[in-house]
Design a binder for this molecule. Structure first.
Ligand SMILES: Nc1ncnc2c1ncn2[C@@H]1O[C@H](COP(=O)(O)OP(=O)(O)O)[C@@H](O)[C@H]1O
Ligand SMILES: [Mg+2]
Length: 234
């Protein structure tokens, strides 16, 4: 498949191929998977791809501190310091403080996107933000509001979510998959015949685009993610 220049590349070769070149500019995507499947790794790869292309990227985190994000990128030998606070911004939300987190999303994020003309926004993980709400309807209301607010901006948005503890095919609150344009599912595959656990990904949905429906194995290496697009899990 040829790489479409109009697409927003995630920076993970095999996955970009599965997405017909990458995400659609201005669209919303979700990466769903249980802990340890690599959601943060994929999200940072998406950020890094933007930074080396000269774009501004904002990373909203509820889980990791700014220091740990920066360290994570340095371990990958990415020279992140040259981008910090010029084209790379981290917005750290407190997952225990409802008002502070909501206010920061409503009031701090839009001006930050506008001021620096951000092209890529990551929310990692949106599931901890969703946890702040007591009811499904409050959660749905705020998430719609968030997506609506970002739709008017000129940026591509990637959210990550923990999977439901009883169903690794669904996000924890079973909501964002309906809100976003693209859903990428990460999961463990345990085979009965071997003692090994494999990681596999699939593109479950992609609005307005052709995409692969195959399940592909991937590996997280020290400096990159390898998707084995020629290999099949089954
Ligand atoms: N630098 C690295 N080298 C090799 N493997 C790594 C590295 N960083 C992370 N991993 C692997 O990726 C896994 C978790 O990645 P992470 O992106 O934090 O997952 P998630 O956000 O889904 O919980 C780790 O458990 C580890 O197996
Ligand atoms: Mg994570």
């Amino acid at each position: 498949m040829s790489v479409d220049e109009e697409r927003v590349r995630m920076g993970i070769d095999g996955l970009d191929e599965m997405l017909s070149g990458g995400l659609i500019p201005g669209s919303f995507a979700a990466i769903v998977g249980t802990y340890g499947t690599g959601k943060t790794t994929f999200a940072l790869q998406f950020i890094w791809e933007g930074l080396i292309r000269g774009e501004t990227a904002i990373y909203i985190t509820l889980e990791e501190s700014e220091e740990s994000i920066v360290r994570y990128m340095q371990v990958k030998s990415w020279d992140i310091d040259q981008y910090r606070n010029t084209t790379f911004f981290v917005l750290k939300l407190d997952p225990t403080n409802f008002n502070l987190s909501i206010n920061s999303i409503r009031n701090d994020l839009p001006p930050l996107i506008k001021k620096y003309n951000a092209k890529r926004v990551v929310f990692d993980p949106i599931s901890l933000f969703e946890d702040l709400f007591d009811t499904d309807s409050a959660r749905r209301h705020e998430l719609f509001r968030f997506v609506d607010m970002l739709r008017s901006e000129d940026c591509t948005v990637l959210m990550t979510s923990e999977a439901d503890k009883d169903n690794q095919y669904s996000s924890r609150h079973n909501l964002i998959e309906y809100l976003v344009d693209t859903v990428i599912l990460l999961r463990y595959i345990r085979s009965n015949e071997s003692s090994q656990v494999h990681l596999a990904l699939e593109v479950v949905k992609m609005r307005l685009s052709a995409h692969s429906r195959e399940i592909k194995p991937y590996e997280i290496l020290s400096d990159r993610v390898n998707v084995y697009s020629e290999a099949n899990v089954f």
